[in-house]
Design a protein around this ligand. Sequence first.
Ligand code: MSP
Length: 474
Amino acid sequence: MKNEKFYITTAIDYINAKPHIGHAYEKVAVDVLARFWAEKFGRDKVRFLTGTDEHGAKIAKAAEASGKPIEDFARETAASFSFAWDQLNVGYDRFIRTTDADHIKKSQELITKIKDNGYLYEGEYSGYYCVACETFYTQTDAPNHICPVHKTELEFLKEKNWFLKIQDFLPAITKKIKSDELKIWPVERKNEILSLLEQGFHDIAISRPSVKWGIPLPWDESQTIYVWVEALMNYVTGAKSGKQDFWPADIHIIGKDIIKFHCIIWPAILLAADLELPKQVVVHGYLTVGGEKMSKSVGNVVDPNDWVAKYGSDAVRYLLLREVPFGDDGDVSEEKLKARYEGELANGLGNLVSRVTTLIEKHLDGKLPGGKPKALEGDEGIGERLENFAFHDALAKIWQWVAWSNKAVDENKLWDLVKTDKEKFTEICGQVASAIVSIAIQLKPFLPETSEKILQIIQAEKITKSEPLFPKIQ
Ligand code: MSP
């Protein structure tokens, strides 16, 4: 990619409940890409946006149930998201809240532009609505008025709304998706959207008269902007960084449940407002926990902070990206985390670094004859894997080097070799130390803390035995 700039976003999370491991999964994936590009192109060329989606009936309902004033509820819950991402070392450039003043202003500006361009009309709508999804459903999508996602009864609504003439844009959107001008990854999702477009798509209401907790329509204060419409606009608000504007987005990363919004409705909004489309929408799958959908009633909702507190942020990042091929659905659990922690992290990488630094300290007085070890040439396809969102495969590849290095220590019986052939011992120590440098460098975007620790130890003036990188879990 020969970009001047690189703008990447996550979906913004609803704040009706606390962050869970599914939300974390997406933020960590985007963080890895952002760190990778920052390393490659320079930190100032990259912008990474995440945040919270705070308006609408669903949030208003949750705030009411909490008994707190809605602004307090929103602030506290939003803070629990930014806190969780900080714990996970997710290095966003901005944490946008849709209640932020600049976002309210930007949304009103964009919706006014769309109206001035002649793409809005007033109409009456009656239909069945799911508050949890914040969306209307047709009879075909929701037989018997039961939400296909939440299995709850839909609410019948009859309202006056403003509508977007989405029909005007469908041919252009179809064309751009087909030609990959708007790229949808993976291709199964692209085909899914193309077949939705083929079936035809209703005009959508862009305002709600009954929802008070929202951004007012500038020309009709009795209505607020439909929460999905202004939520999508966060990507444009958040593109601004001082004088610089990073729009259009290079990549929106989202879950498979919200592709219709990102691949049909969002492009229509942008075209109606004379804005460029994002270059790519990348869709990940859904995580279950212990084989089941996360739910309060099952009691399997994982708070990422709990896992981070016990295993450390790098271990959680490792599990999320190693366990499930990006794009697929997958399952995580504490058992899986523990197994990977003890196996690949502690016994694999941790043990390697500890053994090699011990040998170098003890028998070479902490110094390799060639000076500080340097990385081996080439990245062996790690960059290419990341460009294809194959995080799990990139990590598997790096762990092949870990295995190769551990094997070199074992098979050469370095602790005996030092007594019989010091020269060969020294040479192999040098090779393995270089492999460790390469491993640490390639791991940088994935496991930033561990990578830094390893580089500090292995490239010190005098190498000393490392503390365990992944200590035993109590
Ligand atoms: N607020 C909307 C997004 C607006 S974007 C302009 C929303 N919020 S959400 O909190 O329900 O989901 C936020 C993101 O987390 C979405 O991309 C969603 O797919 C993802 N996930 C939510 N639960 C998930 C799992 N169990 N597993 C993986 N991702 C999950 O939708």
